[in-house]
Design a binder for this molecule. Structure first.
Ligand code: FAD
Length: 468
């Protein structure tokens, strides 16, 4: 095997494998180092893909159990076969990780197995599982080592009783009591899965609202809907300790405002307080590659680290920890290395929460715009008045469009409702083209579709919504 490359990418998650493919497409001799057995990174192995599989399957189960009868579909004896459900999830993961292997072969990318570390400006040393070290040379190195679950100093994750999202994707029985520390999107997606499958779920969040950074209208509506679904919330509360007692956990918390203390006993505790960059094994300190106060690799506008031929992308740098953001950066870096003008538009990165209903947001929130003193107008449309949502008995939520008061340019769109995770693509394209709310309002949307709610919200910006 050749040991000299134009580009060596460290990490085969969505940032790394996409960067490797684009680099190869651009004619560069490319290798990708991955320490995990399978390709695809966090996203395919223990993130986006397995969580979406369980969200989908648990929703089928929930609907079959709770909704079918009232819709005239009489199903009796509906039973959960958790191990089969997990098998299905594992099959989806395997198929997709194999898919990346196929793409590597198709694009003639060298897949190097082991832990990569940067041992000089043009050198990556890879340690195989056996301990054997191999040295590879590269003109350019791209760090895409991703992130892993963060914890608190007082909480020890054992992936059995006290788990990270990885453990919560593979429970072998339904926990009776599940406590989730953290009301971010991972905690709420996992909470939805296990609630639908039968757990009593309690989410503890330090702030007084869920999904920090999200438009408050959406966050409030989302909380109301999740509470209606039976998920318990302890907001404005600090977890002071989590102790394992036999095969259970005892969670102590204190309310930030009242200082009232509470103790909850749980079968499983999921720690979902965020993720931290994977930087420990890269030899960054010796290489003088700078990191910031949150352990993220510092880069300039061209994704260059403090060493000009060493780049960094994805969860290991600043910005939203999202697979599609990492992918865009992977493409941009490959193009920059090839001498092209790769760039990422950080103003137009959608964020989706795949609960039921879904949440999808893009651009600025109302709160951000107020802070920035930007004058805006708002158009809102409820799914209750959307014919397709009504037909499908999915009427919760709304679309909120925020447009510049003077120019009418769309500044942000925030949606909660059925299928909004797919619908946000329309807005992303509109925003990339600098569209106004008028542009969307005058675009013909098929009837009956959920997307008509977007058109109606755009009409509502100038108070001329037809169906509400
Ligand atoms: C439960 C869960 C659900 C999620 N759901 C979504 C979602 O629905 N949508 C979304 O956009 N995002 C989601 N995410 C986030 C998403 O998975 C990450 O943002 C994305 O995977 C980041 O891509 P990356 O390429 O930067 O890193 P990663 O996917 O973390 O990949 C990095 C890879 O590098 C490898 N690696 C690390 N260090 C080394 C080394 N020294 N040598 C060799 N290999 C190394 C790791 O093994 C890993 O495979 C989810 C995450 C979790 C945990």
């Amino acid at each position: 095997m050749s040991k000299v490359f134009d580009v060596i990418v460290i990490g085969a998650g969505p940032g790394g494998y996409v960067c490797a493919i684009r680099s190869a497409q651009l004619g560069m001799k490319t290798a990708c180092v991955e320490s995990r057995k399978t390709l695809g990174g966090t996203c395919l192995n223990v993130g986006c893909i397995p969580s979406k599989s369980l969200l989908n399957l648990s929703e089928y189960y929930y609907k079959a159990q709770k909704e079918f009868n009232s819709l005239g579909i009489e199903a009796e004896n509906i039973k959960l076969n958790l191990s089969k459900m997990m098998e299905n999830k594992n099959k989806s993961v395997l198929t997709l990780t194999k898919g990346v292997e196929y793409l590597f072969k198709k694009n003639k990318i060298t897949h190097i197995k082991g832990v990569g570390s940067i041992t000089s400006q043009n050198e990556v040393t890879v340690t195989e599982q056996s301990g054997k070290k191999n040295i590879y040379q590269a003109k350019n190195i791209v760090i895409s080592s991703g992130s892993n679950s963060a914890s608190l100093p007082e909480i020890k994750i054992d992936e059995n009783v006290i788990v990270s999202s990885t453990g919560a994707l593979s429970f072998d029985s339904i926990p009776k009591e599940l406590v989730i520390i953290g009301g971010g999107y991972i905690g709420l997606e996992m909470g939805s899965i296990w609630k639908r499958l039968g757990s009593n779920v309690t989410v503890i969040e330090f702030l007084d609202h869920i999904i920090p950074g999200m438009d408050h209208d959406i966050s409030k509506e989302f909380l109301k809907i999740l509470k209606k679904q039976g998920i318990n919330f302890k907001l404005d509360s600090k977890v002071t300790s989590v102790n394992k007692v036999k095969e259970q956990a005892v969670v102590d918390l204190t309310n930030n405002k009242t200082s009232e203390r509470e103790r909850i006993q749980a079968d499983k505790v999921l720690v979902a307080i965020g993720r931290k960059p994977n930087i420990d094994l890269l030899n960054l300190k010796k290489m003088n590659i700078k990191i910031d106060h949150q352990d993220r690799i510092q880069i300039d506008k061209k994704f260059q680290t403090s060493k000009k031929n060493i780049f960094a992308i994805g969860d290991v740098i600043a910005g939203p920890m999202l697979a599609h953001k990492a992918e865009e950066e992977g493409i941009a870096v490959a193009e920059i290395i090839a001498g092209q003008a790769g760039r990422v538009n950080y103003d137009v990165i959608p964020g989706v929460i795949y609960t039921s209903p879904e949440v999808a947001t893009i651009g600025k929130t109302e709160e951000q715009l107020k802070k920035e003193n930007i004058k805006f107008k708002i158009g809102k449309f409820p799914f209750l008045a959307n014919s397709r949502a009504k037909v499908n008995n999915e009427t919760e939520g709304f679309v909120k469009i925020i447009a510049d008061e003077k120019t009418d340019k769309i500044l942000g769109v925030h949606m909660i409702g059925p299928h909004v995770g797919n619908m946000i693509a329309e807005i992303a394209i509109a925003m990339e083209f600098g569209a106004s709310s008028e542009d969307i309002a005058r675009t013909c949307h098929a009837h009956p579709t959920h997307t008509e709610a977007i058109k109606e919200a755009a009409l509502a910006v100038d108070k001329r919504s037809i169906h509400f």
